[in-house]
Unconditional design. Sequence first.
Length: 281
Amino acid sequence: SAKGRSGIGLNDYENFIQTDAAINPGNSGGPLVNLDGEVVGMNTAIYSRSGGYMGIGFAIPINMAKDIRQQLIKHGGVTRGRLGIYIQDLTKDLADSFAIDQREGILIAQVMEDSPAEKAGLQQGDVILKLNGEKITKIATFRNKIAMTRPESQVELLVLRNGNKKKIKATIGAMDTDENGHPVGSNKLSELGMSLQKLTSDLAEQLGYTGSRGVLVVEVEPGSIAARAGIRRGSLIEEVNREEVETPEQVKALIKKSDRKTVLLLVRQGDASRYLALRIK
């Protein structure tokens, strides 16, 4: 019923086919077939409040599954591509702040040091309009395309910088992973359903957090623990269990070492801060 679904909280990289075909527990890994008998996807998950089928299922597109299969056969694992940038949606307010007339593209919030992006000349504040000639309007789409690009391959980006369009060629790097295949340094808190980023001076100024300390929430999964608690994109986590935090790594470490059933966060939204107790166990 839809393609390119993301933000359902299954993985760091999501690009699912949404379907109303019946998928029940135990069906994962089975084929999703179209009316011509062609396999178009691999059944992966269902949306359910009861544990049974409720009319919404998700499947990995077959082209993605085939690419992963080839990597597994050839290398024994999956290597994702990496540019080394933090990106965010280009909202109307951000477009106005950057004096951009259009709202197409995605905004580079931060370029990591010594990353493929930095070596290619990408800069903080650039707006990515196209990837290999294809328009980019969604963060998830861009992340998936970069992740599925083989390391050492070259991509062409069309960016908007200071009102001028510029083509930049970048050589994709390899995403470092841990023993479980998860990206090293990934700033996603899967147990809470949100992704974090260090608060830079530029972001602090844009979001009204100048002079503040904390860790910025850049993504919240719908229906997650964080979402139900009222945390949203742009929220600033100032404390975890009464300890001040300034990096995503600190947040992760404090949550990991906690032996409580709940984690206590001091979260700022706009000018107001409040404590939130999130149950994680």
